[in-house]
Ligand binder design. Structure first.
Ligand SMILES: Nc1nc2c(ncn2[C@@H]2O[C@H](COP(=O)(O)OP(=O)(O)O)[C@@H](O)[C@H]2O)c(=O)[nH]1
Ligand SMILES: [Mg+2]
Length: 325
């Protein structure tokens, strides 16, 4: 049966052929479908138009999804990513500001921070990424925060020690972390939530007159296994112990390498997960090295300096490793 297509249809088809973008093509196809004479002779063409239309719609939807970047997905940098969590006005942005070169907006008004902001904190010869985040409250958790916390290598819970509601702040934050399985005390690895020791509580504004009493209460009633460090972004109190503890909770080690007969390269350590072996180090240096390496010697954690070890030897922080090929 002849299709007997109309001038209106041909016009829409012409527009379709000239269309460059997916949106234009979709609009033209919709017009062709709308104006095509509906009878037996055009059934095949109608089915074909519908098929092309649905494929185009699907493709463009996929594209928008991929291009819609999640602002909470902060790219990891340095030895580890540590995400801050806390109520409004607990001093998260102030902490980022004193510990890193990042310059977040700080104010006495709540909800000043609306998107995560990262900065790099120096610890000895490594850099650790701190990520400031919008606040949580009993009623509200910003969308995307859960994902950011889950993806982090460690979490800092900031509780305003000068505030009478400090205990409620801690409880809300901790309950939220547990209810979302971000902290899982029974976890044996990162896949099933973080262990409690990948989390640290900072009692902020320790310089305030109210704080010392509140810190005692917090210490008494905090969940077991959660370490508390009092800090002040204002006068610097506690920031050094905090820096050290942060390095501990990201659970990495630094390893330096040396070429036989030469002094070790102490400038830039390799960063490995705690528990990594000589073999892990070799694969990090070069993918062919595990196959090529022969004798390996260690200075540092080994029983004597320059001791030969095998490939499943577990490295320690600050070990110096010499790999002979
Ligand atoms: N006394 C005192 N005030 C602080 C300290 N850290 C922050 N603040 C103040 O607390 C308010 C909120 O700080 P901000 O860093 O913006 O908190 P955020 O909302 O958690 O990011 C500001 O007025 C800061 O000046 C601190 O260590 N001591
Ligand atoms: Mg802030």
């Amino acid at each position: 049966m002849p299709a007997n297509l109309t001038p209106q249809y041909y016009k829409a088809e012409e527009i379709f052929k000239k269309s460059a973008s997916a949106e234009e093509k979709i609009a033209a196809l919709e017009e062709m479908l709308a104006v095509i004479p509906k009878h037996k002779g055009t059934e095949k063409i109608q089915a074909d138009l519908k098929k092309r239309l649905s494929k185009l719609r699907e493709d463009s939807q996929k594209k928008t999804k991929a291009s819609r970047k999640d602002p909470f997905a902060v790219k990891k940098q340095g030895a580890g990513q540590v995400v801050l969590l806390g109520f409004p006005n607990t001093g998260k942005s102030s902490l980022l500001s004193v510990m890193t070169k990042a310059r977040p907006k700080i104010s006495g008004y709540p909800f000043t921070t609306t998107l995560p902001l990262a900065g790099m904190m120096v610890y000895q010869d490594v850099m650790i990424q701190l990520v400031d985040t919008p606040p949580i409250t009993e009623e509200f958790v910003p969308e995307g925060l859960t994902g950011a916390l889950r993806n982090a290598d460690a979490i800092l819970i900031l509780v305003d020690a000068s505030s009478d509601s400090c205990l409620e702040q801690l409880q809300t934050c901790y309950n939220y972390l547990e209810s979302k399985n971000i902290i899982n005390k029974a976890a044996t690895d990162c896949e099933h939530g973080k262990q409690a020791d990948q989390c640290l509580m900072l009692a902020t504004k320790a310089d305030d007159a109210n704080s010392s009493e509140n810190i005692n209460i917090l210490r008494e009633l905090a969940p077991q296994g959660l370490e508390i460090i009092p800090v002040s972004a204002e006068n610097g109190f506690g920031l050094e112990p905090m820096r050290e503890k942060i390095y501990e909770i990201i659970k990495v080690i630094r390893v330096y390498t040396k070429v036989p007969g030469k002094a070790p390269d102490m400038k830039k350590p390799f960063i490995l997960r705690r528990g990594s072996t000589v073999l892990d180090l070799a694969s990090t240096i070069h993918r062919d090295l595990p196959r090529l390496m022969k004798n390996v010697r260690i200075w540092g954690s080994a029983r004597y300096e320059g001791q030969s070890v095998n490939r499943d030897y577990i490295l320690n922080d600050r070990d110096i490793v010499e790999i002979n090929q």
